[in-house]
Design a binder for this molecule. Structure first.
Ligand SMILES: Nc1ncnc2c1ncn2[C@@H]1O[C@H](COP(=O)(O)OP(=O)(O)OP(=O)(O)O)[C@@H](O)[C@H]1O
Length: 238
């Protein structure tokens, strides 16, 4: 496993609101995510987890400090730079966000076609192969309404991984699943991501999946700590 940083964050602060309503949400965040790592980010509701995830994903503008994703500085980055970085990232959310009017295969294929110019048939075969690798080979033509929660989440994983992202950002991917499906879904993400050498960051409240991470980090009131009993503020040197 190579240990090149995929994300390097130094002294990152984040604020919402303006003037007298301005409120600091993230305080002096320092973090490094390496290639192929599976990291879980936990913390109480409102501690800033989603805010940090969306900043790393180029889904909102970073304001102060430094946030580098794949070597690209995102603090004060222009919109088109954020759009560019998003091509290298796969997103998985709690509410799987599948399009109901498309089959499992079409949902996955849409992502292939957005990411690369492919002949339609090639994109279709690639999507079917990806669905097979998440155990849904017999469900490729099913619409989301005819799939279980776990199966829908597997389609979302297939869609996120089909374009070989460098990093997967998953926000509460197991929240709507029972314990066994939740474990299976994370195991699958882990296995596929390892094969592709892709980094995974999972935001979760779900204590049932904590054992699956290489590393656990924790946010409390906007401050980031290395997880575990003896919590230590994260610092990066050099
Ligand atoms: N767009 C916004 N404008 C203003 N405040 C916001 C905005 N988004 C989030 N916040 C505030 O920022 C803080 C952190 O929110 P965030 O969603 O990042 O927390 P979280 O740890 O992901 O919470 P949860 O576990 O409940 O999803 C909260 O106080 C929230 O109210």
């Amino acid at each position: 496993m190579t240990q090149k940083p995929v994300v390097t964050i130094k002294n990152l602060d984040h604020y919402f609101g303006e003037g007298s309503l301005k409120k600091q949400i993230l305080f002096d965040i320092n973090l490094e995510l390496k290639s192929g790592e599976v990291v879980i980010l936990k913390g109480p509701s409102g501690s800033g987890k989603t805010t940090l995830l969306t900043l790393m994903g180029g889904l909102r503008s970073a304001q102060t400090g430094s946030l580098k994703v794949l070597g690209q500085e995102l603090v004060k980055a222009k919109k088109d730079q954020l759009v560019k970085i998003r091509r290298y990232i796969g997103y998985i959310f709690q509410a799987h966000n599948l399009l109901d009017c498309l089959t499992a295969r079409q949902n996955v294929q849409m992502s292939v076609e957005l990411h690369e110019l492919k002949y339609k048939d090639e994109a279709k075969q690639k999507s079917i192969a990806m669905l097979e690798s998440v155990g849904l080979g017999d469900r490729v033509n099913y619409y989301p309404k005819n799939l279980s929660g776990g199966q829908k989440q597997r389609v979302a994983i297939a869609r996120a991984l089909v374009s070989h992202p460098k990093m997967i950002l998953a926000d509460e991917p197991t929240a709507s699943l029972d314990s066994k499906s939740g474990h299976d879904v994370v195991e699958l993400m882990q296995e596929l991501a390892r094969k592709q050498g892709c980094t995974i960051l999972i935001v979760t409240h779900d204590n049932r999946i904590l054992d699956m991470a290489d590393r656990i980090i924790e946010l409390e009131d906007g401050h980031l700590f290395e997880g575990g009993k003896n919590k230590k503020a994260l610092t990066i040197t050099g």
